[in-house]
Design a protein around this ligand. Structure first.
Ligand SMILES: Nc1nc2c(ncn2[C@@H]2O[C@H](COP(=O)(O)OP(=O)(O)OP(=O)(O)O)[C@@H](O)[C@H]2O)c(=O)[nH]1
Ligand SMILES: [Mg+2]
Length: 239
């Protein structure tokens, strides 16, 4: 089984130096044949130079984009490459909020379903060190998405996920409109519409130590806008 981990990065120089070797350590211990696909948007802090340095040691594909084009389109660019060479595709934040140690748990759960979501909001899932306002924004975002998209999923906005390749092949990625954080919810909406089996497993989410969050008010507004537009108008789903 070939596994790809897609890591979108914007100003994550310090974090990639830790997370990439850590992912490959887990691959080694668990006997996983895997590669990391980094999608970097010309980070001014030199993230891509650090990734290039690491690629002399590890199996990394670096996709360099010219400017900050958004999280959603970064994932789609990474998925398109991953689909050429993988059976399983992971999404993971590069900022160490998601622990690579949990990769084997995702693979175990994936044996019985099509998509595994790393959930902060199922029993034994939790968040460490987040400020109250971040918890409230995340909880509210999930509540809004659950109601408006009619998804019975506890953590719709999680960015730690594993997909069987056929799931991403079965979705028309060109139909996804959201380019920012709303991408996660919109992709799940399409996946659940196709009837794929989605499972949530608990994860521990830790606040980033280095670098800054890219979650802006504009991103929050476009997330709410996506949920409302699906609720009122529906969205064309892939067939
Ligand atoms: N390529 C690319 N990566 C991005 C972009 N925006 C965010 N990312 C990356 O996507 C991942 C998640 O973004 P974060 O800023 O950590 O956002 P978050 O995890 O939702 O929020 P925090 O908990 O506050 O960090 C990180 O690895 C970011 O570097 C973007 O426009 N382009
Ligand atoms: Mg983060």
């Amino acid at each position: 089984m070939n596994v790809s981990v897609v890591l979108p990065t914007y100003n994550e120089r310090q974090n990639v130096g830790v997370i990439i070797p850590w992912i490959f350590r887990v691959f080694g211990v668990c006997g996983i044949r895997g590669k990391v696909i980094v999608v970097d948007d010309n980070s001014p802090d030199g993230t891509s130079e650090e990734v290039e340095r690491l690629s002399s040691e590890y199996d990394i594909l670096l996709i360099k984009r010219k400017e900050k084009l958004g999280l959603g389109s970064a994932y789609i660019a990474g998925f398109r490459e991953a689909l050429k060479c993988s059976d399983v595709v992971f999404e993971m934040d590069a900022d160490l909020s998601h622990s690579p140690e949990e990769i084997p748990n995702f693979l175990e759960a994936l044996a019985g379903c099509d998509v595994v979501l790393g959930s902060r909001y199922v029993p034994f899932g939790r968040i460490e060190n987040w400020s109250l306002d971040r918890v409230v924004i995340s909880r509210a975002g999930n509540l809004i998405a659950q109601q408006l998209l009619r998804l019975r999923i506890k953590d719709i906005t999680t960015g730690y996920r594993a997909y069987k390749t056929q799931v991403l092949e079965g979705i028309d990625l060109d139909l996804i409109n959201s380019n920012g954080y709303a991408f996660q919810a919109e992709l799940l909406y399409h996946i659940s519409g196709k009837g794929f089996h989605i499972t949530e497993i608990p994860i521990v989410f830790r606040d980033r130590k280095y670098g800054e969050s890219k979650l802006s008010k504009k991103e929050i507004a476009s997330f709410v806008g996506l949920c409302l537009s699906i609720f009122f108008r529906g969205l064309k789903r892939s067939r």
